[in-house]
Design a binder for this molecule. Structure first.
Ligand code: NAD
Length: 465
């Protein structure tokens, strides 16, 4: 492992201390400061959209439109939603006090946590660094953002632009890989928000334990798609292909594999192949809308999956450009590697299952997924999937789209992570929900609760409580 020089390690520690000192002054608490930062972040995204799109193109071959919808526009929407609702989200909420405690007033106050660390991955390097930052700023925190070193162009743009637009005393970017993140994790933070794989999630949690720092872990896993007979298979296939091959399959909530129920497998295969051709043409390598694999390591890993089933469509690849065609595999053995590991690339295995019972057992016997998708015309099947499976999210009729609904929480469960964000859930994540009780000293209604206890006091208290 590359070592970090002592000077840069000191620089990281100094940065975190500077932010902690800023928080201590109270500068980030006023709603006006928070709104100002959110507006500045919005301006960064809109004024520098071209620069960000170019960086995303360089890192991931992302098309300009996909970069806009899934990264820049997405984050702008998150900001607009926060700006529209911030006042009501931050309003203290009253709650009733029990008769025994009256007169008194109780309220719930959301207070910022302090200085938080946001560690983000390479696959949506703008959205996954900045959407958590929206929550951190809206909640009134200072933040260190650590972009992924595997999306170096985007990391460089963020490192340059964030200090230009945001309050430098409250927000800092630390670029780098494992050595820099390791030094960051040694610092004391008030929350760590990590998005990435589960192995590093464990490292983050271990480091956080040292300071008793709360963490949010936004992890991944294998998100299944259940397809039942009786649904419109052509539309289902189009939507599955859209969700799966967006960003060349490198999307945490992308459909990982299909569970084709009953007779659907054969027909679905044909529709999936047709949908790939319709969306990306006969040679997806020529499509300006199709992305590339982030690096050789992931390219080689993904190539290993291609032998795990019969190729329905795709399979073409070119290492020099990190291109792997959108690939659908059929007759896949559930015990094969492609069905054991998170794919996180453009390979879609289809596993045929006889009925919904088998599909549900297949899902529940494995790690809880980040998302579960189903295409079914049956209300009873929908009910069963809601009540008999557990996943970060469950979506019928469309993959990936749930995270664009601002009122829905986004996060995993079990192996797919814990904690949630987006919209008001981000405020919850980056705030302490403080209980405030205010009881006047006069009249002193607590007298009956004070010892020495008498029979009269006991009768009174037993009736009141
Ligand atoms: P990555 O390699 O970019 O790593 C994520 C971050 O962890 C980076 O900032 C990196 O510098 C840091 N890191 C890596 N190794 C480290 C170490 N040993 N110690 C400390 N920090 C370290 O991204 P990745 O993990 O390959 O991302 C892909 C995974 O993330 C997939 O499993 C995917 O499903 C998941 N993911 C989840 C979400 C979500 O919102 N739940 C979103 C995107 C990706």
């Amino acid at each position: 492992m590359q070592q970090l020089t002592e000077i840069s390690a000191t620089a990281v520690a100094t940065t975190v201390h500077r932010l902690r000192a800023t928080f201590a002054t109270g500068r980030t608490k006023p709603v006006a400061w928070r709104r100002g930062q959110l507006r500045a972040l919005r301006a960064l995204l809109t004024d520098h959209a071209d620069e960000l799109q170019n960086a995303l193109q360089a890192d991931l071959g992302k098309s300009a439109l996909e970069a806009f919808t899934t990264e820049i526009g997405f984050t702008v929407n998150e900001i607009d939603h926060a700006l529209a609702h911030l006042t009501s989200w931050l309003r203290p909420r009253r709650t009733r006090v029990p008769v025994a405690l009256a007169p008194a007033r109780a309220r719930i106050v959301r207070e910022p946590l302090g200085t938080v660390l946001i560690i983000s991955p390479w696959n949506y390097p703008v959205q996954l660094a900045l959407a958590p930052l929206v929550g951190a700023l809206a909640a009134g925190n200072c933040a260190v953002v650590k972009p992924s070193e595997l999306a170096p162009a985007t990391s460089a743009v963020l490192a340059r632009l964030l200090p230009l637009h945001l309050d430098q005393e409250a927000v800092a970017v630390v670029e780098g890989g494992i050595p820099e993140t390791t030094v960051l994790l040694e610092q004391r933070f008030d929350h760590i928000f990590y998005t990435g794989n589960g192995s590093v999630g464990r490292i983050v949690m271990n480091a956080a334990a040292r300071h008793l720092t709360p963490v949010t872990l936004e992890l991944g896993g294998k998100s299944p798609v259940v397809v039942e007979p009786g649904t419109d298979l052509a539309t289902a296939a189009r939507r599955i292909v859209w969700g799966k091959f967006m960003n060349a399959g490198q999307t945490c909530v992308a459909p990982d594999y299909v569970l084709a129920v009953g007779e659907t497998a054969a027909t679905l295969e044909t529709h999936l192949a047709a949908a790939v051709r319709a969306l990306y043409g006969d040679n997806p390598a020529d499509s300006p809308d199709y992305g590339r694999i982030v690096n050789y390591r992931h390219f080689d890993r993904l190539l290993g999956y291609l032998k795990d089933g019969r190729t329905v469509i795709g399979g073409a690849h070119d290492r020099s450009s990190c291109y792997i065609a959108p690939t659908v595999l059929a007759d896949v053995d559930p015990g094969s590697r492609v069905m054991k590991e998170e794919i996180f690339g453009p390979v879609l295995p289809i596993v045929a299952v006889p009925d919904l019972d088998t599909a549900i057992s297949f899902i529940t016997e494995r790690d809880k997924p980040l998302a579960l998708y189903a295409f079914t015309a049956s209300a009873a099947s929908k009910r069963r999937l809601v009540t008999q499976t557990s996943s970060g999210a469950l979506s019928f009729g469309v993959p990936n789209a749930h995270l664009t609904v601002p009122g829905l929480p986004f996060g995993g469960v079990g192996a797919s992570g814990f904690g949630r964000y987006h919209g008001e859930y981000s405020i919850d994540t980056f705030s302490h929900t403080k209980a405030v009780l205010d009881k006047p000293l006069f009249p002193d209604t607590l007298r009956p609760a004070y010892p020495p206890f008498t029979a009269l006091k006991e009768r009174l208290l037993r009736r009141l409580l």
